[in-house]
Write a protein that binds this ligand. Structure first.
Ligand SMILES: C[S@@+](CC[C@H](N)C(=O)[O-])C[C@H]1O[C@@H](n2cnc3c(N)ncnc32)[C@H](O)[C@@H]1O
Length: 344
């Protein structure tokens, strides 16, 4: 199948063929699609004869799965949940887990969800449609916490300047819409100056990661997948930005025991638990040029694949990025994890 074939309208799955092949689906296999989205991956796994447990934290995504559910009686289960909690919803072991991280085109294109600065809409960005929104974060977080969030989750060197302008602006008038925030960031950075990406891109990314606790979710999701996978079971993760990919790579490298590798002079000494994964290929798989040309969203995608060993799971994964005080403030004021800390 090509990536565009059989794709449900609205979302063209990225690296679908590669991610699906990585799970080696076969009739009778029990697989988890942790990010149902538009159902493109799930449809391909079902077409290969597998039984699929598909998750999404977005109620709209789950509702979109009704047709697929009706077409595959008994072979598809759809569960509305954050994937960090998947082990609470799934009994027994599974043969594969796939994550296709980030937001779907459905979410991006629906202006009212507030993920994009391309349309004016309420500053929302919540995948699950519940909890604190990006507007709440911009309104309630102290300037220093906002700066930390924009710096660590957006990789934005001008984070302090942006936080300053947000704090000054909100003292006069609420910042409630995507356009208001985008304009304000643009002003803080002194206009576009021929930049390739919109100056607000990194700030929007940071707020999205914060309100959805994306790194904490990923840490908990990876640990949950480790606990659920049978020996020989396969894990495939498609990520879209460097914070996600770094977390996946660090997780797999540690779990594969590679951090204990020796040097030219010292043989490898394994001091930690037995490796719970074998990495399938050291280098991440990137989309082909043709896929990137057809679907610009694929540009930054990376696929990492690993195979579960028979060793016990290592348990929760620690993936903090924000300073402790900022995490505490995000938890207190917004009820957000506000970090990549795993609690699974
Ligand atoms: C890139 S889309 C997946 C597209 C899907 N592979 C397809 O082929 O249509 C990502 C989806 O994952 C969901 N998602 C992201 N983070 C999640 C999380 N922590 N728990 C559950 N769902 C999540 C989003 O709501 C979105 O629908």
């Amino acid at each position: 199948m090509t990536a565009a074939e059989n794709a449900p309208p609205g979302h063209v799955p990225v690296l679908r063929d590669e991610a699906v092949a990585a799970l080696a689906p076969r009739p009778g296999a029990r697989l988890v699609d942790a990010t149902f989205g538009g159902g493109g991956y799930t449809a391909a796994l079902l077409a290969a004869g597998a039984t699929v447990i598909a998750l999404d934290r977005d109620p709209d995504a789950i509702a979109r799965g009704a047709a697929l559910l009706a077409a595959h009686p008994g072979r598809l289960t759809l569960i509305e949940t954050p994937f960090g909690d998947m082990d609470a919803h799934i009994d027994g072991v599974v043969d594969g887990v796939v994550f296709d991280l980030g937001v779907s085109s459905f979410q991006l294109d629906e202006a009212e969800r507030g993920f994009s600065f391309r349309a004016d809409a309420p500053l929302d960005m919540r995948m699950a449609r519940s909890g604190a929104s990006a507007a709440d974060a911009v309104a309630l977080l102290p300037e220093s916490a906002l700066a930390d969030v924009i710096y660590h989750y957006g990789d934005e060197p001008a984070a302090r300047r942006i936080a300053r302008v947000i704090a000054m602006t909100r003292a006069q008038t609420p910042i409630a819409t995507t356009s208001a925030l985008a304009d304000l960031v643009e002003t803080a950075l002194g206009g576009r100056r021929g930049a390739k990406i919109h100056p607000a891109t990194k700030t929007f990314q940071a707020l999205r990661i914060l309100v959805n606790d994306e790194l904490g979710e990923l840490a908990r999701g990876l640990a949950a997948a480790e606990a659920l996978l049978a020996p020989g079971g396969r894990l495939a993760v498609v990520s879209f930005h460097s914070l996600e990919d770094r977390l996946v790579k660090t997780f797999l490298t540690a779990r594969a025991g590679a951090e204990a590798a020796g040097s030219r002079h010292v043989p490898p000494v394994r001091t930690g638990p037995a490796p719970s994964f074998e990495i399938a290929a050291r280098k991440a798989v990137a989309p082909r040029d043709a896929e990137i040309a057809a679907n610009p969203r694929a540009r930054s995608a990376k696929l990492r694949v690993a195979v579960r060993t028979a060793a016990p799971a290592w348990g929760p994964l620690d993936a903090d990025l924000l300073p402790d005080e900022t995490r505490r403030v995000c938890a207190r004021l917004l009820g957000l994890g506000g970090s990549g800390e795993a609690s699974a």
